[in-house]
Structures are given as structure tokens and as C-alpha cells.
Design a protein around this ligand. Sequence first.
Ligand SMILES: *[C@@H]1O[C@H](CO)[C@@H](O)[C@H](O)[C@H]1NC(C)=O
Ligand SMILES: *[C@@H]1O[C@H](CO)[C@@H](O)[C@H](O)[C@H]1NC(C)=O
Ligand SMILES: *[C@@H]1O[C@H](CO)[C@@H](O)[C@H](O)[C@H]1NC(C)=O
Length: 977
Amino acid sequence: MKRDMFNRFLLFLLVILLYPCLFHSHSLHLNSTPITFSVCLPHQSSILLQLKTEFTFQRREYYDDILNNSYPKMKSWKAGSDCCSSWDGVSCDMATGYVMSLDLSMSWLHGPLHSNSSLFRLLHLHELNLSFNNFTSCPIPSEFGQLSRLTHLNLSHSVFSGHIPISEISRLTNLISLDLSYYFYELDGNDLTGALHMKEGEVGRLTQNMTNLRRIYLDSVQIDSHVPVDFANLSSLTHLSFWRCNLLGKVPNSIGNLKSLNILILQYCSFSGIIPSSIGNLTELKHLYLESNGFSGQISYSFGNLTQLEDLILSSNSFSGKLPMSLPHRVKSIDFRDNDLTGSIPSDISNLTFLEWLDLSNNSFTEVIPGSLFKLPSLTCLSLENNQFTGYLNIQNVSNSSQLESLILSGNNLTGHIPSSVSKFTMLSYLNLDSNDFSGRLDFGIFLEKSSLSSLVLSNNRGLFITNLSTTSTLSNQFQGIYLSSCNIKEFPIFLKTQGKLEALDLSNNNISNPIPRWLLSIGTETLYNLNLSHNFIHGWEKAPLILPWKVMDTLDLHSNMLHGSLVVPPMSTTYFSISENSLVGRIDPLFCKLRDLRYLDLSSNNLSGTIPQCLGNFSSSLLVLNLRGNNLNGNMPSSCGDGNQLQTLDLSYNNLHGKIPQSLIKCKELQILNLGHNQMTDTFPFMVQSFSKLQVLILSSNKFYGPIWHPHSFFGFVNLYIIDLSFNDFTGSLLSQYFQNWTSMEETSYNKSQLKYIGEGSYSYSVTVVNKGQNLLYIRIFTFFMCIDFSNNKFHGEIPRTIGDLQTLVVLNLSSNNFTGPIPPSLENLIKLESLDLSKNKLSGQIPQQFTRLTFLEYLNLSDNELVGPIPQAGQIGTFENSSFEGNWGLCGPPLSKKCGTSPLPPHDNEKSGDSILSGFGWEAVGIGYGCGLIIGLMPGYIITSRSPYLAFKIFRVIPPRRLRGVNSCKRFKLK
Ligand SMILES: *[C@@H]1O[C@H](CO)[C@@H](O)[C@H](O)[C@H]1NC(C)=O
Ligand SMILES: *[C@@H]1O[C@H](CO)[C@@H](O)[C@H](O)[C@H]1NC(C)=O
Ligand SMILES: *[C@@H]1O[C@H](CO)[C@@H](O)[C@H](O)[C@H]1NC(C)=O
């Protein structure tokens, strides 16, 4: 009891002290209201104690940052203490002792909220906040309708689901604020949008009688409505938020009725059409967020009327045309990124003296950037990335009071010198001039004096010569990120010696030839997570370490250099490591097995020898890509794939591996690409690969595989395969007509151009091309509709099954140099996408089907050295091929062969045939330059993107972006509420 008194006294003191702060907005005066402190009414506290028993307490998953300081508030609810003064989250009416307000947000409540919950007996509640708990997907009880005094109701992010009880909630006519949002979808790609839903017209019904309603948040509530919400009767609303609402259609004109609106958020919905000009009537509007919809048309001129507007966020829509003549005068942030806007930036943009953020990136703006833009006094972030701005960068007389922090002009056509004034912005921390046409000499010293600049990107300005990289100054600026790719740099910049806090360094695509200096290994040892030295002429290490020193390294790219000596081991934290296309020798150190976080390992195109460490096959559950192609590795293929592995790409081709494919391969269930070509492996066909439902590329060519490739009990077709290359092996047997059943990836039905993907997409840029070592390796990504079957140079016999005609999206078919007999199946006419057909060097007989004239895409045809007879069809594409396509068939006649039709065919002599087989390899190679599965450079440039330059290849096809700069590439986004 004493303690209680003491508490009350303390509270009294506190209130006296805080009174002016707490209540200053209500014009109450100390003297005018008698201060009474009531103790919690017993029945109120017993209701609360009852409520406490209804849940368990469990910290919610996710939202770590938000829930960081959360705790189970109800733990402080104890019988015997005053619920009004000492229970967390409870406030009472001072006069009556009734619980007026209950704030149980982030209170770890776990379990369903039942309709008989004692919560619904707190009839005096005015404010109720249950956000960020976990009511385990129970529906929102309709009993909320009983709490008729509620002015504030917040049920957001609390894992409710199902239909919102509209009629009951609509009875809460005193509501001022209603929040039923649900943002859960953001996490882990879990899209729980629509866990709560409403039907057509229910937004109107819900709010019909809520005449005091000011704020309504229905983010992520699924509203099944094709008719847009009618906003007519929400005229006192100040906040309206639909985020991820999947509302369709146009925003109705009636939006103009919401005259009090302060904040309007209609983001990530499916709105389309133009924005009604009535939006210009919303003169109180301060924040307008319309990001990620399908809005189109010009950006409405009526925005100019919105004199209070501070945020105008229209990004990721389809707005087109020029910028409006007048923009709201007080606007602070303009985000028009990702639209189709054109024209120039009007120079009177300099009137927007309040402008802090301007993001016009990813549009098609042209002409010069007006110099006045850089003088806007409040501007902190300017992003004009990926447009077509031209001309000089006109930055002059930078004001000392400039607020500019981020200047992002990458991906334009800016020319001329980079003006030294760019270093004069006193607050600038992130400068990105990547991928322009800047040229001339640039004194790097100007950036070293600056103290605020932390990330600098000057990459890909091919005419730019950076000088003074070797200055060292103890006063030098400390950078976090330096990106100087393709800047004509010839040696390691000495200034880096002082950069102890470096996090990212990109010196790729330069002309650096000296060895990696010893001092480089001592910079950023605690901070560097991204190092790219690829595409230089680096000759090795000044002193080669065994393990590289950087403690937090993530992405380490040393590929395409002239590194020799033995292979270094990347730091243990590395997730991406490429050192391909160097001249490394020696073995792969077993220490590689300790790299537990490694996702991409590319050691291809070196001269590594020895066996593949056994552990490398199964060492890590994080490994996605293992590429050891083009080395001299020998021994057996390691048994691969431990439990829970995610391996997607396994390329061991062009080595000297012997023996069999280990049985453990069957655990590599996620494999998309398996390339064992050009080894010495001796085994039967690995039927287990069929259980890899994602397999897209299977290459076993040029080994000693043998036996049949079909088995009545173990072959069921391939559902996802695009490329299969079994050429140059000893496979035997015939292909039964069942063989090509269930190759659904190659059937027309699954062919959908709008869903074009690259093979291996999302993981690693994969090319099936190997150009001889010593030459530049071209990176090629293959679209999934490049479909290819190469069974050439084996010992298959029997007829070519008719069902091959079902593989309607086939582009390359090579069955040459086998012992196929019988006729060419006329069903081949269905392969209308076929561009290359090679059936040469078999024993095919009969006539060439007339239907072949339908194959209009055919660019390469080889039917030579068979036993075909009769006239060569003359119509269509087939009439355009030369002698060589048909010769060696004694019975064929008609152009282009000189033999006239009419004379009877003679069978060929056996000895004439046998001489060919020795030559067939050469013949195949010559042909293969264009048309084998594994060699497809130059074939169909429309389908395959080949790199124009090694750099470009890197830039386009490197799928894993270096981790984003700590600075931002678009202007900072901020969240309201
Ligand atoms: C809510 O609880 C359920 C059941 O315990 C659980 O499966 C779910 O992951 C939890 N959700 C959150 C966001 O914590
Ligand atoms: C709104 O109030 C009117 C008049 O009291 C009533 O007829 C109507 O049903 C109410 N609407 C809703 C949705 O509850
Ligand atoms: C909105 O403004 C237009 C003029 O721009 C006016 O004609 C219209 O009546 C206004 N609408 C409302 C709902 O006030």
C-alpha cells in the first residue's frame, strides 16, 4: 500500500513537471481543471488480466529493425497494482477510471483473437492499437463493432486474414483514424498481399457513416474491385493510403472532392489511365505518391495548382511527353524515375528553391542539363541517370552553401571535360559519372582534397585519361567506394595507399600490367567487400599470399588477367570469386573447401592441374555455380552435392577427367546446367539427370560415354531442357518413337516469346561457348528459345523417330555421323523454327520429303553422304543450298547436283564410305563453327547477344551485381506515416 502511494506521488510529480508539454496543444490550464487521479476500476483490471491470459508471448519474426526494442507489454500487468498508472500500454480516463486507451503495439501477442475475447468488454475504449503482433491469421472479429467509442483503431501488421467485417466496423462512426494495413509481403519474397480482403464497393460502405474519419490506411488489403473506389463521401480525409491494393482502372474524378487531403498514397496498385485534372482541386495536398502503377499521358499541368505540395512521386509509370511547364512552387521532392518522359529540363526549374530531391532517372530526356539545376539552394540529391542528356557538364561557381550530397549523371551522353568545379560541392558524398562520353585529362587531385566525398564513380568514359592518381597526401579524403573501370589506367593508383576504409574498388578494364602490389593487400583489410581487377594485364603478385587478407570480402573478381603461378585462396567470407582466364598452374588448394559462404566459383580457362579436391563437390550448401572448365584437371569427377545443396551450374568441361559420373550426382536436384564435355569419361548415359526438373543444358560431348540413351523404365523425357549435346561419344542403340515424348520445353505450347529468359538466369551468366584458350572468351547468354539437339558422331542406328517433329521450337538438329537408316521423317516439316539441320553421314534412304520446302528459316542443311534418292525439292529455302548439302547420295538428282533426274540410282560402294569416317571429325568441326550446340557464336545474332567488347560482356552479362553502393543510385526514399 505504501508503495502504491509512493508510485502515485511519483506520478503526480511527473505529471506536474510534464503537464505543459503533454497538454500544451489542448488549451487547458493548470488552474481550470482539477487534477484527480483515479485508481483503476477493479472490473477494468480484471478484464485486462483476463485478456492477458488469452495470448502467449512470442517475439514476432521479421521486422527486426522495427521490433528491436519491443517487449511483451502485458508482462507488467499484475494483479494488485494500479492498471492506470503502472501497466504498460494502458491509459485511463482520469475522471472515471475507465480504460480509454490501449496500446499493445509490438507486444509479442501470439495466438488468435477470439470473438469472445475480453477485449470487447472494454466498452470505453477510445484508442486501440494492436499493430505488429501475431494473431496467427485469424479473421478480424466482428465484435470490434461493439467498441463504439473508438476514435483510433490500428490493427496493422498483426497477421489477421480473411474478409474484413464491413458492416460491424462501419458502425464505428466516431473513428478518426483506421489502419488495417499489412506490409508483410516485403519479407523474404513472401507475398501475403491479400491476406485481408474486401469486396467491390465495400470501401464506400465501410466509411459511409464515418463522418469524422481523417486517416485511413488500407495498404496491402486486397480489394476485389474492378470499379475504382468512389471517394465522394470522404471529404474530411487528410490521409488516404492504398499501397499494393490491386485496384484496377482509372482514378475517378471524384478524387477532387477530398479537399482536406494531405497525404495521398496510391502506390503499387494497378491504376491506369490519366490522372484526373480534378486532382488540382486538392489544394491542401502535401504528399502525393503514385509510384508503380500504369498511369499514362502527360504529367498533369494541374499539379501546378497544388501550392502546398512537397512530394510529387510519380515514378515507375508510363507518363510521357515533356515536363509540365509549372511545377508546384514549394515542392521538395520530385521523383519521375522510370517513365517515358522526353524533352529537356526547362531552365526555370531554378525557381524551385525548396527542391531537395530530383530524380528523373530512366527516362528519355535530351539536350543539355541546365547549369541552373546545380545551383538550386536546397537540392541534396540529383539523379538524371540513364537518359540521353548531351553536351558539356555546365557546373560553375558552386556556392559554398550548396547542399548537394548525391550527384548521379551516369548513363548519358555527356561530353567534354569533367569540370574541376564538380569537386567544389562542399557536401557532396556520392558522385557518379559512369558511362558517358567524357574525355580529356582529369586531374584526380581535385577529388583528394575533398573531405566529404566518399563514393566516386568515373567508370566507362573511354576518352577519359585520369592523371595524378599517384599523389599521396596524408590529408587525403577517405573513400568508401572508388569505381574507375575503363578509364585508361596503366598502373595501380598510389593514392589508394591512404584509403584505409575502402569498401569497394573497381579498376577493371584498364591497362594495368604490373603485379598486384604488396601494399594493396593492406588497404581496407577490415572494410573492403568488393574488389574488381578483371580485364587488365596484371601479371601476378608482388608477393603472392596464400590466403587473401580482406576480412569482409564478398565479391572478388580477378578474371581475364595474366596471373600466373598458383591459385590464391580468397578470404573466407567471399561469396563470389572469379579468377578465370588467367594462366594459373598447380592444384586447387583444399583450403577452398573452407569457403562456406561461396556461391559462385569460377576458375575456368587456366592451366590448373591435379585432381579436383573431393570436398569441392559437396562442401557447401550455398554454392550455386562451380565452373572449372578449360583446365588440365584429371582424376575422377568428385562426388558432388551434399544434402540441401543448391548447385545450379556445374561445368567441368575441357579437362582430363576420367572414370564415371558419381552416383551422388543424383542429389544435385537444382542443377540447371551440367557440362561435362571434352573429358575422358567412360560411363553409360546418366539417366539420373532426368530427375533434375530444372535442367536446361546437358552437355556430355567428346567423352567416351557409351550404351543406349533410352531405357524403357528410366527415361521419361526432359521437361525443361533446351540444349542437349551428346556428340562425339560411343552411344549406341536406336531412338524409339517414345524418345522425344515429354520434352515439353521444346514443344510449341511452352514457347512464349513474352517470357524470354536466359538460360541460367538469376544466377550466373552462362555461355556454352568455349573459344580456344589465349583468345578472348566471349560471354554469351542464350535465350531459352535457342533449342538444340546434337547427337552427332555416335553409333545410333535405326530410324529417326517421327516424334522428333513434335519438338517444334527446335533451332538446331544435328544427327550426323551415326548409322541412322530408313527415310527422313516427313514430320521434320513441323520444325518450322529450324535453322540448322545436319543429317549427313548416315544411311538414310528414300527421298527428301517435299514438305521440307516449309522450313523457311533453314540456313544450313547437310544431307550429304547418305543413301537418299530421287529429285531434290526445288521450292522455298531448300532450293538455295549448294552441292555440298547433297553430295555423296548416289541416287539424288536435280539441281544443284549436276546429275539429271531420270537415271536409276546405284548403291554406293562400301569402301568409298569408310574413308569418310576418318575425315568426318574435320568436316564436323568446319561445320561446327556455326552450327554445333556448343559452338554458336555468330549464329543468329538476333537471338544471341555476343559481346561487342570484353567490357561490355562483363557489364551486360554479369548477373550478380556488385553489392550496391552504400550511397544510393536513386534519390533516397523516405517513408511516410
Ligand atoms: C505468426 O505465427 C504463426 C504460427 O505460429 C507463424 O507460422 C508465423 O510465421 C508467424 N508470423 C509472423 C510474422 O511472425
Ligand atoms: C449509415 O447510417 C444510415 C443512417 O443511420 C444507415 O441507414 C446506414 O445503414 C448506415 N450505413 C452503414 C454502412 O452502416
Ligand atoms: C475542381 O476544379 C475544377 C476547375 O479546375 C472545377 O471545374 C470543378 O468543379 C472542381 N471540382 C470540385 C469537385 O470542386
